[in-house]
Design a protein. Structure first.
Lengths: 161, 161
């Protein structure tokens, strides 16, 4: 899998047709990007495609996809995540609860709620995520905050993968 | 099919679980709404579900679904539509061009561009549409504007259905 590490803005603004065709969970004129900078936070086997981002849209729509066994960063932030599972199944941690999720389910991540997505059902899992264009940066848990989460055996098992 | 005609705000704010399960192109705790008020504009066999709308989100994510033969209103507005086809196939008019569209294709509706979606492929067609929470009202074409669009035989055939 190839990932373009840098700005998708150029590709989006150069798009001429109003239609971007879908094929194999890729979209025309839409770069396959690294999820985050390597080493900036823990994550595994996850990519990002920015489907809609432009200055006259106040929301952004991104598509994240994890290979089987992949996971997003355990993090929290002030901004809300509005998620629709577009492909496959897996689980997510939202606050102190682990939830099974399947294609087309909706997930609301409230402000400052610890969350992580895991493709732990043996299939790729991809999801749309709408966020505010202007938003704060994610926060990683401290050792103490992680210990508090792991006090629940179900959460500990989820985080262990 | 039952459509609740009124405010979906109550249902959304009362949602307790972060997960809203999908089943048969309906979502838990999410009302099936009329597309628009009857008689306010031309449309046919189309419903609306507001998937994400809340005061701390600057975008809204809605799901519109047309039965076979259904269509949205031919209209334009200053705000952008960011669309992902979630179900089925059909066609859309964007400006002066008719495009075939299929599941997971993306459609960008630029400001003040005439547009209409039609489930004219014999199957239901449903699409996600992200918009700004604050946006202008749609405009309908004048008779003259409609004549200009219909001067293209392909557009005329599309609009005739």
């Amino acid at each position: 899998m190839r990932c373009a590490p840098t700005s998708e803005t150029k590709a989006l603004s150069e798009t001429k047709s109003p239609i971007r065709r879908f094929s194999g969970f890729r979209w025309e004129d839409t770069d396959l990007l690294a999820y985050k900078d390597e080493g900036s936070a823990p994550f595994k086997a996850i990519t990002r495609q920015t489907l809609f981002r432009r200055s006259d849209l106040h929301g952004e729509l991104r598509y994240f996809e994890m290979a089987p066994g992949g996971y997003s960063t355990l993090e929290r932030h002030e901004h809300v995540h509005a998620v629709l599972i577009l492909r496959g199944a897996g689980e997510c941690l939202v606050g102190g609860e682990v939830h099974k999720i399947s294609t087309n389910d909706l997930v609301t991540i409230e402000p400052m709620t610890w969350h992580q997505f895991r493709a732990n059902a043996g299939v790729p899992m991809g999801f749309l995520c709408m966020v505010n264009a202007e938003r704060d940066k994610p926060q990683l848990p401290s050792e103490e905050e992680r210990r508090v989460l792991e006090a629940d055996p179900k959460v500990a098992a989820f985080l262990k993968g």
